[in-house]
Design a protein around this ligand. Sequence first.
Ligand code: DQA
Length: 139
Amino acid sequence: MKILILNGPNLNLLGKREPTIYGNTSFEEYFEQLKEIFPNVELEYRQSNHEGSLVDYIHEVGFSYDGIVFNAGAYTHTSVAIADAIAGVETPVIEVHISNVHAREAFRHHSYMAKNCVGTIAGLGLKGYELGVKYFIEK
Ligand code: DQA
């Protein structure tokens, strides 16, 4: 089973970025934990700050991988291109947000990609990625 964990803009700063909202753990550290939790899953991690690169990654794995656990960061709220990329591939996508976007500014309440995703996990911290992977395994 092959699963891509995909992070969008500013998530390369996890651990340093607004720690009261996003915590003190870098994604690289967390990804090591995730691989230990799921030793039998081929987990891959990619991050980009660029909208087009995220679209390219989705296309690249979207006809062969079993799932994508995707935190598109701010592009969630702005990107029709990313929403279309998700709609255009076969691999199912789970939308993840570390923070509870619904308890934050109004502009974070809308997601262009949500309707093309299997579901959304928000507000559970980094645990959301683990739960996304678990869903694909158990399905
Ligand atoms: C985020 C929430 C987004 O609104 C924000 O732009 C991010 C991170 C989250 O994980 O909580 O960059 O996706």
